[in-house]
Design a protein around this ligand. Structure first.
Ligand SMILES: [Zn+2]
Length: 295
C-alpha cells in the first residue's frame, strides 16, 4: 500500500554512521537529538533547549478530521527535561506538543505572538511565555538564543494555513486553527558551538547575513521550493555540519520507521550540502549526534 502511494523508508546506509566525538554527557560535548519533522533537543551538562517538538504525530485521517490532541505520556517519556522550547512557526507540526512540554517541565515557550496565543490557549502561565519579534538576544542560562525573521515556504505554489493567530485558538486545536504567524530562524549559542535552525522551505537571505553557525538544522523540503535554498543558507551561515530535517511525512508514529516525503530526494539534498562546503549528517528518528566543543 505504501509503495503504491510512493512512500519509502530511508535506507539504513543513508544515515550518518561516523563518530563526531566520544559519546559522553559531560560538559564539553553538545548533544543533538533529532525528533522527526523539524524537532530537535539540544543539550549539554548545563542546558536543554528544544526546537519545534512534534512527537504526537496523529495519522492522516485524525490530523484532517479531528482535534489534534498532544500525547502527554509520550512527551513526558521522550523529553523528560527542558529549560526552553523555541518555535520556528505556529503550524501544528511545529507547535502542537510545545505547550504540553512546557507545562510538564516548567520550560519557557519562546516565539512569535502567534506562538504566545497557542501557549495561552493551552493554559501556560505568563511567566513561561516569552514573546519575541526576532533580532534580539534572549539569555537562557549560559546559552543565548536569537530569532531571525523569516518566511514560510510555498507548497505547490501556496502557503498552507497562512496568517497570524490573533486570539487564543480552541484547545485542543484543529489544524486550521494553527496559522504560521511570524516565522523565525533560530541561532542558538551554547557557549561552545552555535546551532542554527531553519524549519521551513524559505528564508530571507539578508536576515542570515552576519550570522555564523557550526551546525545547521535545515528543512529538506526547501531545496525544491525555493531557488538556491541550500547554497544560500550554507554560504551565509558557514556551518561545518548540516542536519537535514522535515524530510519525513510525519504521519507514522514516533517509534515506527518513518517514510520520506515523496519528491524530497534526500541524496540530492545531501549532495548539494557537500557542494556548498558542509558535511551532511542525516540522523534517524530519535538518533543522537555528539559534537565536540570547548567552553
Ligand atoms: Zn509550516
Amino acid at each position: 500500500m505504501k509503495r503504491l502511494a510512493g512512500l519509502r523508508p530511508v535506507p539504513a546506509d543513508w544515515y550518518y554512521r561516523g563518530v563526531l566525538t566520544a559519546r559522553s554527557g559531560a560538559a564539553g560535548h553538545l548533544q543533538l537529538r533529532y525528533l522527526g519533522t523539524a524537532g530537535f533537543v539540544l543539550s549539554d551538562a548545563r542546558r536543554t533547549v528544544v526546537l519545534d517538538p512534534y512527537l504526537s504525530r496523529p495519522g492522516a485521517m485524525r490530523s484532517l478530521a479531528a482535534r489534534l490532541i498532544p500525547d502527554t505520556a509520550l512527551i513526558r517519556r521522550v523529553i523528560p527535561h527542558a529549560d526552553e522550547v523555541l518555535i520556528g512557526h505556529a503550524h501544528h507540526d511545529h507547535i502542537l506538543d510545545a505547550p504540553d512540554l512546557c507545562l510538564q517541565t516548567g520550560a519557557r515557550l519562546i516565539g512569535s505572538r502567534s506562538t504566545m496565543m497557542v501557549g495561552h490557549a493551552a493554559g501556560l502561565p505568563d511567566r513561561q511565555l516569552r514573546e519575541t519579534a526576532g533580532n534580539e538576544d534572549i539569555a537562557c542560562g549560559d546559552w543565548s538564543v536569537h530569532g531571525l525573521p523569516s518566511r514560510h515556504g510555498r507548497l505547490m505554489g501556496r502557503i498552507p494555513f497562512p496568517g497570524d493567530i490573533t486570539a487564543p485558538p480552541p484547545w485542543p486545536p484543529r489544524m486550521r486553527h494553527l496559522r504560521h504567524g511570524l516565522v523565525l530562524n533560530w541561532i542558538v549559542r551554547t557557549g561552545g558551538l552555535t546551532v542554527a535552525h531553519i524549519d521551513s522551505a524559505d528564508f530571507i537571505n539578508e536576515q542570515l547575513d552576519g550570522h555564523r553557525c557550526d551546525v545547521l538544522c535545515l528543512c529538506a523540503i526547501g531545496r525544491k521550493a525555493r531557488p538556491h535554498y541550500v547554497r544560500d543558507a550554507v554560504q551565509r551561515l558557514r556551518p561545518r555540519w548540516v542536519v537535514p530535517c522535515h524530510w519525513d511525512t510525519m504521519l507514522t508514529p514516533l517509534h515506527a520507521e518513518p517514510d520520506q516525503i515523496p519528491g524530497v530526494d534526500l541524496p540530492g539534498f545531501m549532495e548539494e550540502i557537500r557542494q556548498a562546503g558542509a558535511e551532511p549528517l542525516l540522523t534517524p528518528m530519535l538518533g543522537d549526534l555528539y559534537f565536540p566543543c570547548q567552553y
